[in-house]
Design a protein around this ligand. Structure first.
Ligand code: PBG
Length: 339
C-alpha cells in the first residue's frame, strides 16, 4: 500500500517517472532547506562533564580526544564556553578521591557532584544541571548498586539511589538522571523527592540502557569499570527491542518525565519505537565509544569529521530523539553557529 501512488494509479494516472521527479526539490540549497525535515539546534544538546578533585586540573581522556576530567574551577571555565555556544544543559559525573563498598561519596552533601552543582548554579543560574544518579563511580567494586556476595542487590540499593538524587537536588540540580538500571529506581526517587518537597523536579530516566561495549572509553573517563564481572544482570541485552518498550512503560508509570535510550547509534530502531510509544520527550545518549570511533577515524583522515558528526546527530534526531546527550555538543554548536 502506497499512500501517495495507489490513489493516483486507481484514477488511471501515471504515478511515477517522468511525472514524478524527486530531484525537483533538491536543486539548490534554498530548496533543500525549505523541505528539510530534521534540523539540529543547540537547544537539543546536553554536554557531559567529568568532575575531579583538586584545582587547576585538566586531565585529557586519551580514548576521547577533546574530553577531559576537570576540577571544579576548570569546569566553571568550560561551562562558560558551553553557555556561550547556546548549549542549555550539562550532565555531571563525579570522580571522588575515595571509594567504598557502599558508595558513600555518591550521596555525601560535600561530594564532588554536589559541590560542582552548587558552584554551577551560583555562577550560571539559567544553566540546566542534570546529574547522573548511579553508584558505580563511588563504589570500590565499580557496580551500580550494593553487593550481596557477588550479586548486585536491587531493592537494597534503591534507598541509596534515592539519597543520591536528593543530595543532588538539595545542591541545586535541575533534573536527576538515574542510570543504575535497578528495577523501581525511578519510583523510589520520585517518592523521595516528593516527600521532601521536590515534587517539581523532573526525572530523566535512563529507561532503555543496554549492556554495551560502547561504554568502554567512559569507564576510563569516569574510572567506573566494574572490578569483577559485568553489568549484564541489570543493563539490557543488546538483542532486545520489545523489552525496551516495557522498561520505558514502567519508568513512565513510576513517574519519569523524560525517557532515554542509550547508546544511540546501534539502537536507532529502539529510539524510533520508543518515540512512537510515548508522548514524553525522548533523550538519546550518543555515548563515549560512538564519539571515540568518529574521532579516531577523523584523526586518521578517513572521515570528514564535520560531515559525519552532523550526519550522526541528525540521524539520532530523525529517529525520534528530542534531546541528544553528546560529547560532540561544543563542536556541533559551533558549526551550527557558522552555518
Ligand atoms: C553509569 C554510566 C555509564 C555511562 C553513563 N552513566 C557507564 C556504564 O553504565 O558503564 C556511559 C556513558 C558513555 O559511555 O558515554 N552507570
Amino acid at each position: 500500500m502506497n499512500r501517495v501512488l495507489d490513489p493516483i494509479r486507481e484514477m488511471g494516472g501515471r504515478a511515477g517517472f517522468p511525472d514524478v521527479r524527486g530531484r525537483r526539490l533538491r536543486h539548490t540549497e534554498q530548496m533543500r532547506a525549505m523541505v528539510r525535515e530534521t534540523v539540529l539546534h543547540p537547544a537539543d544538546l546536553v554536554y557531559p562533564l567529568f568532575i575531579t578533585e583538586g584545582s587547576g586540573v585538566r586531565r585529557e581522556v586519551p580514548s576521547m580526544p577533546g574530553v577531559a576530567q576537570l576540577s571544579i574551577d576548570r569546569m566553571v571555565e568550560e561551562v562558560g564556553t558551553i553557555t556561550e555556544l547556546g548549549i542549555p544543559a550539562v550532565l555531571l559525573f563525579g570522580l571522588p578521591d575515595e571509594k567504598d563498598a557502599v558508595g558513600t561519596g555518591g550521596y555525601a552533601s560535600e561530594g564532588i557532584v554536589q559541590r560542582a552543582t552548587r558552584e554551577l548554579k551560583a555562577r550560571y543560574p539559567d544553566l540546566l544541571v542534570i546529574t547522573d544518579v548511579c553508584l558505580c563511580e563511588y563504589t570500590d567494586h565499580g557496580h551500580c548498586g550494593l553487593l550481596q556476595g557477588t550479586h548486585v542487590d536491587n531493592d537494597g540499593s534503591l534507598d541509596l539511589h534515592a539519597r543520591t538524587a536528593i543530595s543532588h537536588v538539595e545542591s541545586g540540580a535541575d533534573i536527576v538522571a538515574p542510570s543504575n538500571m535497578m528495577d523501581g529506581t525511578v519510583g523510589a526517587i520520585r517518592r523521595s523527592l516528593d516527600d521532601r518537597g521536590y515534587a517539581g523536579t523532573p526525572i530523566m530516566a535512563y529507561s532503555a540502557k543496554y549492556a554495551s561495549g560502547f561504554y568502554g572509553p567512559f569507564r576510563d573517563a569516569a574510572a567506573s569499570a566494574p572490578s569483577f564481572g559485568d553489568r549484564r544482570s541489570y543493563q539490557m541485552d543488546p538483542a532486545n527491542g520489545r523489552e525496551a518498550l516495557r522498561e520505558v512503560a514502567l519508568d513512565v508509570a513510576e513517574g519519569a518525565d523524560i525517557v532515554m535510550v542509550k547508546p544511540a547509534l546501534a539502537y536507532l530502531d529502539v529510539i524510533a519505537r520508543v518515540r512512537a510509544s510515548v508522548d514524553l520527550p525522548v533523550a538519546a545518549y550518543n555515548v563515549s565509544g560512538e564519539y571515540a570511533m568518529v574521532k579516531a577515524a577523523a584523526a586518521n583522515g578517513w572521515l570528514d569529521e564535520r560531515r559525519i558528526v552532523t550526519e550522526v546527530l541528525t540521524g539520532i534526531k530523525r529517529a525520534g530523539a528530542d534531546i541528544i546527550i553528546t560529547y560532540h555538543a561544543k563542536e556541533i554548536a559551533r558549526w551550527l553557529r557558522e552555518g
